[in-house]
Design a protein around this ligand. Structure first.
Ligand SMILES: [Zn+2]
Ligand SMILES: [Zn+2]
Length: 461
């Protein structure tokens, strides 16, 4: 869907105003040599550094470093370049402090960092060692100019991410049934300093860790700053991170075969909000969607008109009620839903669709707490289960007249919380007792048992 030009202009104007207001309010200032104008970039307040912690008998001024972080946050390239040159040419205590501060805290040096940063992280993360501060400074002082530059670049990404793209704090365990779909969405929203928000797909956290997600956002921001913006997967047009108020980031699950071995990979899928909602895609479905939109698809990725899965027969729907032991004690009513309609894109398609809806992997072995599906609920009417409601999009599943529920299930459901489980068509069916458990365990082993705790609403008798 092409973007309306008028909307685009209006937004980028608002963006300029916002940046102007921010600059007016900023602290550290710097005169840009290129333009001869005073740029004021708001960086963190960094007091003069006392070198004694690093075994150095001197202090270092941190104002240039602070302005540099500010310039990174506001993506002012001329200032970044000349401030970085000054920092690199100056006292290495400054880089030791900037880099030491962030890498001491990080359990790993991060996705895509330079080899120099990786080596530095090994020193900086070992905070318990004797002579820690002097070792960190020595590591920086021994670096070649090139390595120092790489370390500074990686460090600035983290400072900018920490100051600008700080993720919303994880939602505290909400009370069962609180209508907090909004809150759940907020935890998947990353606001970066330039004013763009990145909305990440539900389920992306099952495929990427937090650092990887931040690295992808940094990649998009950096690519835009370098004049080579990332493209929307659903229209092949560049994503203008300075003009778009929101950018969607989903992923595609792609299985590659290398030397006869299957390798599961995760491909980032950046999209315009107008081109399609953010989600987890099976590769085949993403390619089919590109094909449908007339975009280029490699010959080996071309999809048949009718996906293979649609040719499978439809099974009956199964809804089973049982009780599950809660890890840590007590029981919880359980409902397992197995829709009979096979996913058009097979097991991978099923998994991608459910993860996008917010379902999470469930471990029934008692070793992991059950995940929660915030805002989801089971709706009962007179003790019959009539629908499964999502946080935001209404009924996920509805049964005309409802399903009768067993007495002990209704009794357990008085705690107003239940474990909702879903499996792909054909996984469990009408098996009973031990065979039912075996089939559910098999689905879990294949990564195809998803669900979570949901609220129970309505009347139980
Ligand atoms: Zn500037
Ligand atoms: Zn697009």
């Amino acid at each position: 869907m092409p973007k309306n030009d008028k909307t685009r202009r209006r937004k980028s104007h608002a963006e300029r105003e916002r940046i102007k207001a921010k600059k007016a309010a900023s602290g550290a200032s710097y005169t840009s040599a290129q333009s001869g104008t005073v740029h004021r970039h708001r960086g963190p307040e960094l007091p003069a550094l006392d070198g004694s912690g690093f075994g150095a008998d001197r202090t270092a001024d941190m104002q240039t470093a602070s302005a540099l972080i500010g310039a990174c946050l506001e993506q002012c390239q001329p200032c970044q370049a000349s401030l970085a040159d000054q920092v690199l040419a100056g006292d290495r205590l400054v880089v030791a402090s900037l880099a030491g501060t962030v890498y001491a805290l990080l359990p790993s040096p991060g996705f895509g960092c330079s080899p120099a940063t990786r080596r530095f992280h090994a020193v900086a993360h070992d905070t318990g060692r004797d002579g820690y501060g002097p070792a960190v400074l020595a590591a920086v002082e021994e670096m070649s100019a090139e390595d120092l530059e790489a370390l500074l670049e990686d460090t600035l990404d983290l400072w900018a991410a920490a100051a600008g793209a700080a993720p919303a704090p994880a939602s505290p365990a909400a009370e069962d049934g609180a209508p907090d779909g909004e809150q759940e969405q907020e935890t998947r929203r990353f606001d970066v300093a330039g004013g763009t928000a990145y909305l990440l797909s539900a389920g992306i956290d099952q495929l990427l860790d937090r650092e990887e997600m931040q690295a992808l956002i940094q990649h998009a921001e950096k690519s835009a700053a370098a004049g080579d913006a990332v493209e929307c997967f659903l229209c092949d047009q560049p994503l203008d991170v300075t003009a778009e108020p929101e950018i969607h980031l989903g992923v595609a699950m792609r299985t590659l075969t290398l030397d006869g071995r299957e390798l599961d990979t995760v491909v980032p899928v950046f999209t315009h909000p107008g081109c399609g909602r953010t989600r987890v895609w099976p590769w085949a479905e993403l390619m089919a969607e590109r094909q449908r939109r007339g975009l280029e698809v490699a010959p080996e990725d071309r999809q048949p008109e009718r996906p293979a899965g649609q040719q499978h027969p439809r099974n009956a729907d199964y809804t089973t009620f049982s009780l599950a032991r809660r890890p840590g004690g007590g029981t919880v009513p359980l409902v397992l839903i197995e829709p009979g309609e096979p996913d058009a894109y097979g097991a991978e398609g099923w998994l991608a669709a459910r993860l996008s809806e917010g379902f999470k992997p469930v471990d029934l072995s008692g070793q992991q707490p059950f995940p929660k599906l915030d805002g989801w609920s089971l709706r009962c009417d007179g003790g019959r289960l009539v629908s499964v409601m999502t946080a935001s999009t209404g009924a996920w599943y509805r049964q005309e007249g409802g399903y009768a529920t067993p007495g002990e299930w209704r009794k357990a459901a008085r705690q107003r919380s239940a474990l909702l489980l879903v499996v792909p068509s054909g996984s469990v069916g009408e098996r009973q007792g031990d065979q039912w458990l075996e089939a559910v365990s098999r689905a879990a082993g294949a990564g195809h048992l998803l669900g979570g705790l949901v609220a129970v609403r309505g009347t139980l008798s």
